[in-house]
Design a protein around this ligand. Structure first.
Ligand SMILES: C=C(O[C@@H]1C=C(C(=O)O)C=C[C@H]1O)C(=O)O
Length: 450
């Protein structure tokens, strides 16, 4: 980035009077910038930082300082679409390098459901999307700085951005290792009892419900967020969601895409049916072969797949998927997996798609509404952002949302971990309990100093 010519571009710019913000798009070429350094450099914005990394290296986004956006106490697609449009209409763009295509994102999502009985989620809105002042995408190697026009000083603007990037580059990230002091399972026996009772409620109509539980982990002192950020990078092949709001941090290393849209192509997937991954590869190969033939798991998988397909039908054309699932391999667990693709209708509202798809029966159940009610009434806590749809929508209409599994809520020195398992006819409460143990693993691994 050449300072003089970039500054000239700014000087030559005519500021539109109908947009309150200027969004300066800048390249990151030549800067040695990492996620940890950006987050550390902007540590004073604690509570207004997010980091969202694709599992397929499609994007790696960091946002700092929530300056605009919208929150709602209930979900209404049309209103949300209007609010989104209004936010993006506030931006006038200027690119410091013509080749840059990056556009601003809003980041956020909605809670799993509207249960309101617990205040542990108080810091997060029912529905909330944030426009960050600083937006970086380390995959696109570019960033955006959004500044209020009435505070804009054109003269030093490029210098200021450069100075910030150099500051980030020079930042040394100190990590204080925290140690786990105690782990406390919340109502494990009661949960197995609930699974047992649920098996009596399931029938030819009420086919499946996903039941989840919590594990409370206390650390020896306030959890150092740099430590968490560092540990999150440890395992490839999952998404990374790191979402700060006020005094809380929600973290997820989910393998599960809800959907994404790039260039009007919608990609989603069914992920349901699980077996643990063992140490021994020969054993794993045998288990995988069995897994692909296992009727309980196949049944569980196919109902999820078909439900997703009927959810996206109204908004898409030409849905494509394979008849037989393959296996998604994670570090601790295998899942049956079917990728699904379609062309998104031009007039489709992305919030409609989101609302229709969530919760997939992989995290809710079937029929969807009945399962959601059952979860709301019978689980021992409020899911909040666990299993919720979180992601970004870009001004160019690209979007990606995940299902926030393998997740935890951090406050001070404690972390609450979440995990669930699909209960269908024939489920064994003890095995489902063990499955949830396996699903706590990714977050326990993040908390454990190695
Ligand atoms: C509910 C969770 O996982 C979901 C349930 C699965 C299952 O029941 O087999 C598999 C993957 C996820 O869709 C969780 O991780 O907490």
């Amino acid at each position: 980035m050449d300072v003089q010519s970039s500054q000239q571009i700014i000087e030559d710019l005519t500021l539109e009077s109908n947009t309150p913000y200027l969004a300066v798009v800048f390249p990151l070429d030549g800067f040695n910038i990492t996620e940890a350094r950006i987050l550390e450099y902007f540590k004073d914005f604690r509570g207004e930082r997010y980091w969202f990394k694709s599992k397929e290296n499609m994007f790696n986004k960091i946002g700092i300082n929530y300056i605009d956006g919208f929150t709602r106490s209930s979900f209404d697609s049309n209103t949300l679409e209007e609010l989104k449009t209004t936010v993006f209409q506030k931006l006038q763009y200027i690119k410091l390098d013509e080749s840059l295509t990056m556009k601003a994102d809003i980041f956020g999502g909605m809670r799993f459901d509207d249960k309101r009985t617990s205040d542990e989620w108080m810091d997060f809105n029912m529905v909330g999307f944030h426009l960050a002042r600083w937006q970086f995408d380390l995959e696109q190697n570019a960033g955006i700085f959004i500044v209020e026009k009435d505070e804009l000083e054109k003269q030093g603007l490029v210098e200021y951005i450069l100075h910030t990037l150099e500051g980030i580059e020079r930042t040394s990230v100190k990590v204080r290792i925290s140690n786990i002091k105690s782990e406390h399972e919340i109502f494990p026996d009661e949960w197995k009892e609930l699974v047992k009772n649920t098996l009596n409620v399931l029938d030819d109509e009420f086919l499946k419900v996903v039941l989840s539980r919590q594990l409370l982990v206390r650390m020896d002192e306030n959890i150092d967020l740099n430590f968490i950020i560092n540990r999150l990078l440890d395992e490839a092949g999952t998404y990374i969601v790191y979402f700060e709001k006020n005094k809380s941090v929600f973290v997820s290393k989910t393998p599960e895409k809800l959907f994404n849209v790039f260039d009007n192509k919608l990609v989603t997937n069914a992920i349901a049916g699980s077996i643990p991954r063992m140490q021994d590869d020969t054993e794993n190969d045998e288990n995988k072969a069995e897994f692909l033939k296992d009727e309980k798991n196949l049944f569980e998988h196919i109902v999820v797949r078909d439900s997703i397909i009927s959810d996206i039908e109204p908004y898409t054309e030409g849905i494509v998927f394979n008849d037989k699932p393959s296996i998604m391999e994670n570090r601790y667990i295998y899942h049956l997996y079917t990728p699904i693709e379609a062309k998104l209708n031009e007039d489709a509202n992305i919030f409609d798609v989101l609302y229709q798809m969530h919760p997939t029966p992989a995290v809710g159940g079937l029929p969807k509404k009945r399962a959601q009610e059952y979860i709301k009434e019978n689980e021992f806590y409020t899911r909040g952002l666990y299993a919720a749809p979180l992601g970004f929508i870009s001004e160019n209409s690209d979007a990606e949302f995940v299902v926030a599994l393998r997740s935890m809520l951090i406050k001070g020195s404690s972390a609450t971990l979440f995990a669930g398992a699909g209960i269908v006819e024939g489920s064994d409460p003890e095995l489902e309990y063990v499955e949830t143990m396996t699903k706590f693993r990714p977050m326990l691994n993040v908390l454990e100093a190695l």
